[in-house]
Design a protein around this ligand. Structure first.
Ligand code: NAD
Length: 283
């Protein structure tokens, strides 16, 4: 057997609690749902947080508004854990605003180690009647947004010689969905970004992966009920494709995967897609 590569790994490392002390994570869409949960879990594990969110209603039908002070509430919670949280109000489509948040983060913390490209929207539309507004919002927020944010964050990771970028796609980034072509296109696009950035950034010690959740119990799922005029139980029934008997998964299930991927335990994991789908994609 050859000598082990890199920093020696002590026995028990795989079973020890994850430790993100000294790390800084920038999370988009951090005001609620999966982004908020990942921010909290990373802070509990020792990271400081840059919480980026649009902070006002996204002009798109049926997207739930979070309270204006949601980021401040998250800041209070993270500070209560003894960590720091920088609030970054920005629309991921707005390069100037995103740049200001990234510059402020570097001024405050000096580095960004983890980027969770998570902000996104969902909507239904038929291919022959989709409006320009719906098409542009979907592609600009879900696909161009991560490109804009990563364009501003990656130079700092390159300079540091390390970093992890996690793109929140969806099961719809690995399959199709009825009246969901614009959403699926944006989420499949994230797979292309993931694989291409993995190639481009590996020489700089930066890993890039995508995650693919099935339905998650967030306000986005609630808004589906509004959009389709159905209720949460019916939404659950539509998740019947889940092999494991659950209508949806929780934000904690997503956070558990994100934290592992962001950790050193995944140090040779890059370019790959990770489903947390209750088995849906297997059927
Ligand atoms: N909920 C699900 O069932 C599900 C399943 C798979 C994947 N996803 C994906 O997970 C991600 C997070 O979704 P969620 O379930 O937490 O939804 P959510 O609606 O609860 O949260 C999304 C957050 O993104 C923010 N956001 C939206 N547009 C933005 C913009 N232009 N700029 C900055 N912030 C913006 C919102 O303000 C909100 O805080 C999304 O990309 C979504 O497509 C969701």
């Amino acid at each position: 057997m050859a000598e082990k590569i890199g920093v020696p790994i002590p026995a028990g490392a795989a079973s020890a609690a994850l430790d993100f002390s000294g790390k800084v994570a920038l999370i988009t869409g951090a005001a609620q749902g999966q982004g908020r949960q990942v921010a909290l879990e990373l802070a509990i594990a020792g990271a400081d947080i840059v919480a980026l969110d649009v902070g006002k209603r996204v002009e798109y039908p049926a997207i739930q508004q979070h309270p204006d002070d949601a980021l401040l509430e998250l800041q209070r919670e993270v500070e209560g854990l003894g960590r720091r949280l920088l609030v970054g109000l920005a629309d991921v489509r707005d390069d100037t605003a995103v740049s200001q948040v990234v510059d402020a983060a570097i001024a405050e913390f000096g580095h960004i180690d983890i980027l969770f490209n998570n902000a996104g929207i969902l909507g239904y539309a038929e291919v022959d009647t989709i409006s320009d507004e719906a098409l542009n919002a979907m592609i600009d927020i879900n696909l161009k947004g991560p490109m804009i944010v990563t364009r501003r964050v990656s130079p700092h990771m390159k300079a540091a010689g390390s970093g992890v970028i996690i793109n929140n796609s969806s099961i719809m980034g690995l399959r199709g969905g009825n009246r969901l072509s614009h959403y699926a296109a944006s989420k499949w696009g994230l797979v292309g970004l993931t694989k291409s950035w993995a190639i481009e950034l590996a020489p700089f010690g930066i890993r890039v992966v995508s995650i693919h959740p099935t339905g998650v119990n967030t306000q986005m799922n609630d808004s589906l009920a509004e959009m389709e005029g159905s209720n949460a139980v019916e939404i659950g029934e539509r998740s019947a494709g889940n092999l494991l008997p659950t209508p949806w998964i929780e934000t904690e299930d997503v956070a558990a995967l994100v934290l592992w991927l962001a950790s050193e335990r995944a140090r040779y994991v890059t370019g790959a897609q990770f489903a947390v789908d209750a088995g849906l994609l297997s059927a």
